[in-house]
Ligand binder design. Structure first.
Ligand SMILES: [Zn+2]
Length: 108
């Protein structure tokens, strides 16, 4: 599963972007729940990916993500943050992403 790659169909975009600071606070809230500490959170235009995670713990998110619905933003954020613990994709990784999203569905 490589959900971070931008492949159509894309979810419908929001009319207005979420402010960068709000998005970063979403990332920090998820980092706390997951128990990871990203070294740096960057937002910039990315051509082919919604997000990426370096081995040094630097997270980068595509600027277009600010115009995606909250549920989709959460999916991308949880995916990238979990890479700080688990670098590899696989069935276990996908299940973990789903379980975090389900667990906090009611409060995000
Ligand atoms: Zn990934």
């Amino acid at each position: 599963m490589t959900l971070m790659e931008k492949t159509p169909p894309f979810p419908p975009t929001l009319e207005e972007s979420v402010p960068q600071e709000l998005f970063k606070s979403e990332v920090r809230a998820w980092a706390e729940r997951i128990g990871v500490q990203p070294q740096h959170i960057a937002i910039r235009p990315m051509a082919r990916k919604w997000g990426s995670c370096s081995s040094a713990g630097r997270l980068t998110f595509d600027r277009d993500l600010l115009r995606q619905p909250a549920a989709f933003r959460a999916e991308v954020v949880v995916h990238e943050l979990l890479h700080l613990k688990y670098p590899q994709h696989g069935k276990a990784f996908a299940a973990l992403v789903r379980s975090y999203l389900a667990k906090y569905e009611s409060i995000t």
